[in-house]
Write a protein that binds this ligand. Structure first.
Ligand code: PEP
Length: 248
């Protein structure tokens, strides 16, 4: 089944609002490709200026995080309706930096996936193992457990529109990429898990990205694999290289 490719940049805590607009302008011509969904997941304060800067282009706006309540006494947080009104379509959920630095667990991640769908946002739901789990050989069980927890009570129709990002933690920001075969092994396994949890049509529809030091040099090989439908890109999303990844 043909799935539409999705290349998303995760800008993390980089770029002030003016720098964000400058980056949009720098990348504008480089990321043109009508066959690919291109997404910039940007810091909350950059969402409004980036949405304005990409208007009329093929770029979609994403957020890096949000909280599960619509409004109220949650100092420092931002809600799904706020994101939606500002033009956000995608939101990263369960990134390893949110799990490891900010203590987010699979219960909260599942709540966020539910809330995102209820609010009309498409989750980019992250999973992946640490180096210790990879070395111990238990990474497949770990990832399977993450997927099951994070998708609790999510329907097949919702999963068909979901994006799952497989991001081995040992490959994030380290310059060490999973080989294309290592990435494909896990992305294929994730699709099989979705087939088991739901059905084959759902597994065939869900889009699965690889993330972890993807760059202009390795993107084409990773993206050539049958179960890798795109990439979640950190460091290289802040550079003209991102255009080469989009067009790899
Ligand atoms: C990420 O954090 O989502 C990521 C993939 O980062 P990098 O590309 O820098 O490894």
């Amino acid at each position: 089944m043909a799935r539409r490719r999705i290349i998303a940049g995760n800008w993390k805590m980089n770029k002030t609002p003016s720098e964000a607009v400058a980056l949009c302008n720098e990348l504008k011509d480089l990321v043109k490709n009508d066959d690919v969904d291109v997404v910039y997941c940007v810091p909350a304060i950059d969402i409004v200026p980036v949405a304005e800067a990409v208007k009329g282009t093929n770029v979609h706006v994403g957020a890096e995080n949000f909280y599960i309540e619509d409004k109220g006494a949650f100092t420092g947080e931002i809600s799904a309706p706020m994101l939606k009104e500002a033009g956000v379509e995608y939101v990263i959920i369960g990134h390893s930096e949110r799990r490891d630095i900010f203590g987010e667990n699979d219960i909260l991640i599942n709540q966020k996936v539910k809330k995102a769908f209820a609010s009309g946002l498409t989750p980019i739901m992250c999973c992946g193992e640490s180096l210790a789990l990879r070395k111990a050989g238990t990474y497949k069980e770990w990832i399977a457990r993450q997927i099951k927890w994070d998708l609790t009570d999510i329907t097949a129709d919702q999963v068909k529109t979901l994006v799952i990002a497989y991001e081995p933690i040992w490959a994030i920001g380290t310059g060490e990429t999973a080989t294309a075969d290592q990435a494909e092994e896990v992305c294929k396994m994730i699709r099989e898990i979705i087939a088991d949890l739901y059905d084959q049509a759902t597994a065939d529809a869900v889009r699965i990205q690889y993330g972890g030091s993807m760059n202009a040099g390795n993107a084409a090989e990773l993206l050539s694999k049958p179960n890798i439908d795109g990439g979640l890109i950190g460091g290289a999303s802040l550079k003209p290289d991102f255009g080469q990844i989009v067009n790899a």
